[in-house]
Write a new protein. Structure first.
Length: 372
C-alpha cells in the first residue's frame, strides 16, 4: 500500500511572508496517478517538494501509509523523484546513473545488475547502458532519470514537470511512455505540470491550483464537464471556454439568458438552479466550449431554435482534423471548433447555434458555478 494523506498542509516563507500553499487537503489512494496542475507560481511544485521532504511544511500533517512524515528525512520516505532537468551525472554511463542510488544503499552487485537491466528493458534502454548522457537524446535522458527511480522500487513516484524540456513531438511520445509505465508498475504517482493536456491524458484525478489554493480535485472528465468555478472552466480545455456577460430573465419555472439581442432559453435543470439561486434579473457569466458552438446547417438547430446567432469570421485556422473560427460576438472574442469541410472563410457572416445543454453559468461576483 502507498496511500498519502495531506491534512491542512500550508507553506509560508517567513522571510517574505508569501503563502505558497494554503490549507491543502487530500487523500491519495494506492496506485493512483495524481496530477497537480495550474499556472506558474500556483504552489504545485512546492506541494510536491513538501511531500518529498525537500521543502519544510509550515503547518499541517503529511502521512504516507498512515505514518506521520513531517519530521522524516527525504531519504527515509521511500520516495523517488524525477526532475525537470534530468539531474544525471555527466561522467557516468547510463548503467552507472541508474545504479547510483542502489550502490549508496550497499545493494549487492548482482542484484544491482538485475534491477538495472530489468528497468532498462521496461524503458527500452538496453542498447544505451554503456553510453554517457551527452550521447543521448532528451527523451532518452528522461527515460534514464525515470529508470534511476524505478530501480529503487519506491512506494511513491514524484515527477516535477519531467517533459517541459522536450519538443512537442517527443512530449507526446514520452506522455504515452509514462502512462504505460504507471500501468506496468502499479505504483502511486504524483505528477506536476502546467500543461493541461498532460493533466487530462495522464491523471486518474487532477488537482487544479491557483495562488496556492486548491480549486477543484476531480477526474479529467468531471473537471471538463462540471468545472466548479470560472478559473477551472477557463484553465481546463484548449481552446479555452468562451465567456459572456448575460442577464437572467425568469418567468414562472422558465429562465432565459439575455445576450445582446438574443434570448437563450435554458433547460429545466439549469433554469431551476438560476431561479432558486435568486438570479432572476441579475447579471451572470455564461460559458460555452468551442465544440458546443455548431454551424446552423446541423441538426442541433432543430432542438435549440432560440440559440442561433450570427457573426463575422475574423480568423480561420485549419488544424487538419478541425477548423477554429474566431469572431466577435456581444463584446466577447469567441472561438468555434468546426469540421474541416466548413465553407466559412474570413469575412463571412456565419450562423452558429449553441448547444443549450452544454451551457455553463457562473456567479458574476464569486465566479462559482450555478448550474453544475
Amino acid at each position: 500500500m502507498s496511500s498519502i494523506t495531506l491534512k491542512n498542509i500550508c507553506k509560508t516563507y517567513e522571510d517574505s511572508g508569501v503563502k505558497a500553499v494554503q490549507d491543502f487537503n487530500m487523500e491519495i489512494e494506492d496506485k493512483e496517478f495524481i496530477i497537480f496542475v495550474g499556472p506558474s507560481g500556483c504552489g504545485k511544485s512546492t506541494t510536491l517538494r513538501m511531500i518529498a521532504g525537500l521543502e519544510e511544511i509550515s503547518s499541517g500533517e503529511l502521512y504516507i501509509d498512515g505514518e506521520l512524515m513531517n519530521e522524516v528525512e527525504p531519504k527515509d520516505r521511500d520516495i523517488a523523484m524525477v526532475f525537470q532537468n534530468y539531474a544525471l551525472y555527466p561522467h557516468m554511463t547510463v548503467f552507472e546513473n541508474m545504479a547510483f542510488g542502489l550502490k549508496l544503499h550497499k545493494i549487492p552487485k548482482a542484484e544491482i545488475k538485475e534491477k538495472v537491466e530489468k528497468a532498462a528493458k521496461v524503458l527500452d534502454l538496453q542498447d544505451y547502458l554503456d553510453r554517457k548522457p551527452k550521447a543521448l537524446s532528451g527523451g532518452q535522458r528522461q527515460r534514464v532519470a525515470m529508470g534511476r527511480a524505478i530501480v529503487r522500487n519506491p512506494k511513491v513516484f514524484l515527477m516535477d514537470e519531467p517533459l517541459s524540456n522536450l519538443d512537442a513531438k517527443l512530449r507526446v511520445q514520452m506522455r504515452t511512455e509514462i502512462a504505460k509505465l504507471h500501468n506496468r508498475l502499479g505504483t502511486t504517482m504524483i505528477y506536476v505540470t502546467h500543461d493541461q493536456t498532460e493533466a487530462m491524458t495522464l491523471g486518474t484525478r487532477i488537482v487544479v491550483m491557483k495562488d496556492g489554493i486548491v480549486q477543484q480535485i476531480d477526474t479529467p472528465h468531471n473537471l471538463y464537464a462540471y468545472p466548479c468555478n470560472l478559473f477551472v472552466a477557463g484553465f481546463i480545455g484548449s481552446p479555452q471556454m468562451n465567456f459572456f456577460t448575460a442577464t437572467c430573465q425568469a418567468e414562472g419555472d422558465k429562465a432565459k439568458l439575455i445576450l445582446g439581442d438574443y434570448e437563450i432559453e435554458l433547460p429545466e435543470a439549469k433554469a431551476k438552479a438560476l431561479i432558486e439561486g435568486g438570479y432572476a434579473g441579475k447579471e451572470v457569466t455564461m460559458g460555452i466550449r468551442p465544440e458546443d458552438l455548431h454551424a446552423t446547417d446541423t441538426q442541433v438547430l432543430a432542438t435549440n431554435p432560440s440559440c442561433e446567432m450570427h457573426a463575422e469570421v475574423n480568423v480561420y485556422e485549419l488544424l487538419g482534423s478541425e477548423v477554429f473560427l474566431y469572431f466577435n460576438f456581444c463584446g466577447a472574442n469567441v472561438i468555434a471548433r468546426t469540421e474541416p469541410d466548413t465553407k466559412a472563410q474570413v469575412g463571412d457572416n456565419v450562423g452558429f447555434v449553441m448547444d443549450v445543454d452544454k451551457i455553463h453559468v457562473f456567479d458574476k461576483d464569486t465566479e462559482v458555478t450555478i448550474t453544475n
